[in-house]
Design a protein around this ligand. Structure first.
Ligand code: KQY
Length: 367
């Protein structure tokens, strides 16, 4: 497995859409007590549900610390591969490899620099050195050559591609002070296109209100397929989310993608505001350098943080009246896939959702 100094696009590689065929999915086991309440026990049970559900459709690998290996192995289904891997937390969407493929079906990994969503400016925990090694380890497990970027900070949750040359990001995240402040928007755009094999970047202004990732796009919108986008939406004009979703809707419906198609944008109503309870807040250890979880804080809840795999869509639900609407809408948008709703409040309490804890490996040419 080589570390390559060339550039994916010039080498003929592109990031496929998540809806394209997968070889499998990676997940990291949650345990840190300053992010996950009660030492991660409630979250672990939901991660098990996510892993076991996905494993019905495609191979799943769960990476786990040596301390939690036996517990994870015991709780996860037998068809889930469990491997020991050091980590700082469990957001493999963000610290794992972004896989790119070429027309011959070769798969390679892009290993972005990871700095905990903003480094010393507004990062979410310190240190993050073990997370920054996860992408390389994932590539080695899969036998992929990789491209390492020591000079460019990016998380996988801050990008969505249609696999046909179009990339969606938010300005709130990609232009944030804690990531690549030394680069202009144009330089960032070129870097993204070079490493993802894209031609056009759609710059949405902002993501979901109060999203601690500086508004990752994967909580706000997603490509259902080329030309079709799902967008988190609220009809409540007094909700701070309204202006964000309205701006994104107006922008996306006025834009075309890399192939010149007008975008079809589907609104997915968010659940009503979800706040951290006192008991939930008290279950999280307070540690200097980690974002605190305080009673009454609004969580960045969105059904759009769903994960698409071989024949299924795993959707977070919240025991909210809008759950059924989201399930129904996604079933219409993905007619050939089974919708798998998973009650995901425990993942949301950690700061993300199902998409943030999963990372796909595209099929490539190896069955
Ligand atoms: O991708 C994400 N949403 C990750 C959130 C990180 C939260 C750390 N507390």
């Amino acid at each position: 497995m080589k570390r390559l100094n060339s550039v994916p696009k010039a080498d003929g590689f592109r990031m496929p859409g998540e809806f394209e065929e997968h070889r499998g999915t990676y997940i990291i086991w949650p345990e840190r007590p300053d992010n996950w309440r009660l030492g991660g026990k409630p979250a672990q049970h939901v991660f098990v549900q996510v892993a076991n559900t996905i494993a019905k459709y495609e191979p799943v690998t769960v990476c786990v610390s040596k301390e939690q290996y036996s517990n994870a192995r015991h709780l996860l289904a037998d068809n889930v591969r469990v491997v020991e891997m050091s980590n700082n937390d469990s957001w493999i969407r963000d610290c794992g490899a972004t896989c790119v493929v070429n027309d011959q079906g070769e798969v390679r990994g892009v290993d972005w620099k990871f700095n905990s969503w903003g480094g010393l400016v507004d990062g979410l925990y310190f240190p993050w050195d073990q997370d920054d090694k996860v992408a390389q380890k994932m590539c080695e497990l899969e036998g992929f050559d990789s491209y390492r970027l020591d000079d460019f900070v990016l998380e996988g949750g801050s990008i969505h591609v249609d696999g046909e040359g179009t990339l969606m990001v938010t300005e709130e995240c990609l232009l944030s002070e804690g990531r690549n402040p030394h680069m202009t928007k144009e330089e960032i755009e070129k870097k993204l296109c070079d490493y993802l094999g894209c031609e056009k970047v759609l710059w949405i202004k902002e993501g979901i209100y109060n999203d601690e990732t500086n508004g990752h796009v994967d909580n706000m919108c997603n490509f259902v397929r080329p030309g079709v986008v799902a967008l988190a939406w609220t009809d409540d004009e007094n909700d701070p989310q309204y202006a964000r979703s309205k701006a994104a809707y107006d922008y996306l419906t006025s834009e075309t993608d890399a192939k010149g198609r007008k975008l079809e944008v589907h609104k997915i109503l968010t659940p009503k505001p979800i706040l951290i309870t006192k008991a939930e807040s008290l279950g999280v250890d307070a540690i200097d350098g980690t974002l605190p979880r305080q009673e009454g804080d609004r969580l960045a809840a969105s059904y759009v943080n769903y994960y698409t795999g071989n024949g299924f869509v795993a959707v977070p639900v919240f025991n909210d009246p809008h759950d059924q609407l989201a399930i129904q809408k996604l079933q219409e948008l993905y007619p050939g896939r089974v919708i798998e709703p998973i009650y995901a409040r425990e993942i949301l309490l950690g700061g993300g959702n199902i998409h943030c804890i999963t990372q796909q490996v595209p099929r490539g040419n190896r069955k």
